[in-house]
Design a protein around this ligand. Structure first.
Ligand code: FMN
Ligand code: SF4
Ligand code: SF4
Length: 246
């Protein structure tokens, strides 16, 4: 099983490509019932975006609560897609699985367009296309490594684990839904509420309202809105464009 979380499609694409290559299935973390029973020799993959140098909160919380059993030796791998650095996310995956009695065989990272548009600019479609072409080449190599069941923490560039204490505080603050706002162009279609993986949005009086104090900050609502009406923070997101993996 390839378990994945994806805000804007990068990890969905990666998980589905790997599953197709090894004859397995890709399962979104939102659709899993919290039970993973691995048969002897079964491959268990986790694919997730890097969020603030970490594994995203939704994936971490799932793994913390999940019941994971393994019949015998397995090949377990984690892939953090990222834009600038996967930071501590490989180590996160290793530590979380360890608590379930499963050892992570390999951690990888894959550079892809950076959907953190409060900072990064994805408005140049040709540049983004080239980034995805490059990612495809690296994904082909990654798939061969998985087929060969290579081991070790190969997620690069790494960050020392102690920085996570600082990044974690920044991540929690950034996840406050009060950072979002909606422009008048909103047509009240409800797509943002329907697509939110943690049900943080409700449509009230034909406008989205964030009903939870924190969300997992995948930016799916911002990037998928048909009117590009959802913005975050100081408004740079408007200039930096919307993104979804092609
Ligand atoms: C809240 C947030 C934080 C992010 N933090 C990082 C980061 O620390 N390092 C990095 O390289 N990329 C970071 N990114 C970029 C994503 O990891 C990257 O674009 C990923 O491929 C998105 O995958 P998805 O389309 O499956 O959601 C961040 C993105 C978001 C939305
Ligand atoms: S997806 Fe966009 S247009 Fe539709 S309700 Fe949400 S903010 Fe409004
Ligand atoms: S509110 Fe938006 S950014 Fe937050 S989890 Fe839901 S879809 Fe993702």
């Amino acid at each position: 099983m390839i378990l994945y979380f994806s805000g804007t499609g990068n990890c969905k694409y990666v998980a589905e490509q790997i599953a197709a290559a090894i004859g397995d299935k890709a399962v979104p973390v939102e659709n899993n019932d919290g039970r993973i029973d691995l048969k002897k020799g079964e491959i268990f993959g986790m694919v997730f975006p890097t969020h603030f140098w970490e594994m995203p909160a939704i994936m971490r919380e799932f793994l913390e609560k999940a019941s994971i059993t393994a019949e015998g030796e397995n090949y377990a791998f984690a892939i953090a897609t990222y834009g600038t650095t996967p930071g501590c996310s490989g180590t996160d995956a290793k530590k979380l699985l360890q608590k379930k009695g499963v050892s992570l065989s390999a951690a990888f990272s894959l550079k892809m367009p950076d959907n953190w548009t409060p900072m990064f600019n994805l408005s140049d479609a040709e540049k983004v296309r080239r980034q995805n072409v490059e990612a495809d080449k690296n994904l082909a190599v990654l798939i061969e490594n998985i087929k060969a069941k290579i081991k070790g923490n190969r997620a690069t560039p790494k960050a020392p684990y102690f920085v996570r204490a600082m990044s974690d505080k920044m991540y929690l603050k950034a996840r406050m839904t009060s950072n979002f706002y909606v422009e008048d162009s909103c047509i009240g279609c409800g797509l943002c509420a329907k697509q939110c993986p943690v049900q943080a949005i409700e449509i009230q009086n034909r406008k989205p309202v964030w009903v939870k104090e924190h969300c997992t900050l995948c930016l799916r609502c911002l990037h998928l809105c048909p009117k590009f009406s959802i913005q975050y923070g100081d408004g740079k997101t408007k200039q930096h464009g919307q993104y979804h993996h092609p």
